[in-house]
Design a protein around this ligand. Sequence first.
Ligand code: AP5
Length: 213
Amino acid sequence: MILIFLGPPGSGKGTQAKRVSKAKMWPQLSTGDMLRSAIAAGTKLGLEAKSYMDKGSLVPDTVVIGMISERTQEFDCKGGFILDGFPRTIPQAEALDKVLTSRSKKIDKVISFEIADTELVGRATGRRTCPKCNSMYHIVSAKPRTEGVCDRCGSKLIQRDDDKTEVISNRLKVYHEQTSPLVEYYTKAGKLSPIAADKSPDEVYQQLTNLLK
Ligand code: AP5
């Protein structure tokens, strides 16, 4: 199955993609994680991406389209995959349609994470991430066993540079201007399944499980 998780920053796409990925064995393809890995590795692409990400702006379409086009050809994507944070613009969605059609594949469902902006700022500013294994925590709702330390690999947790209040407001603005038109795009295509993302992580997961039966 090919799934897209669509929603504003902090709506819980990554949290739920990890759970669904584990349960269904479909890889989670997060363009944000791929770009952060490129930054950590100090590649040319990473350096270019950083200048956009630090401001909360989108990285150019050509960069992320190329990344996803290549990644979805890997062996582990044969049985399906979850796109977490891609597409984010209409040109990205059109390019994805083209790539999949050329491979005789199609998107099965687009899960739209619905939540008010007022809920999102606290989620993003409170998020802590493991730079090594990408595990995710929240200082209130998903605390690690030892403060500041990853339960899974023991690394020191960090706050993402783009999770600071001033950058989050731009990310939300960018979402409404450039990404939210995808709701209409996928509604017209008959693919959109909205879920209430303002519930607890378990309740959100239950809604997903029902949709994926
Ligand atoms: P990316 O890493 O994709 O960030 P995002 O889409 O802004 O999403 P987030 O990771 O902030 O949030 P999320 O919805 O995954 O929520 P999460 O589960 O983490 O992108 C970063 C940047 O990369 C972009 O700004 C852009 O520059 C670039 N980029 C990436 N993809 C691109 C593309 N396709 N095109 C161009 N540029 C691109 O949860 C957030 C917090 O809330 C966590 O602490 C979590 O524990 C907590 N939480 C989760 N669920 C709940 C719940 N139900 N209740 C309470 N707390 C919860």
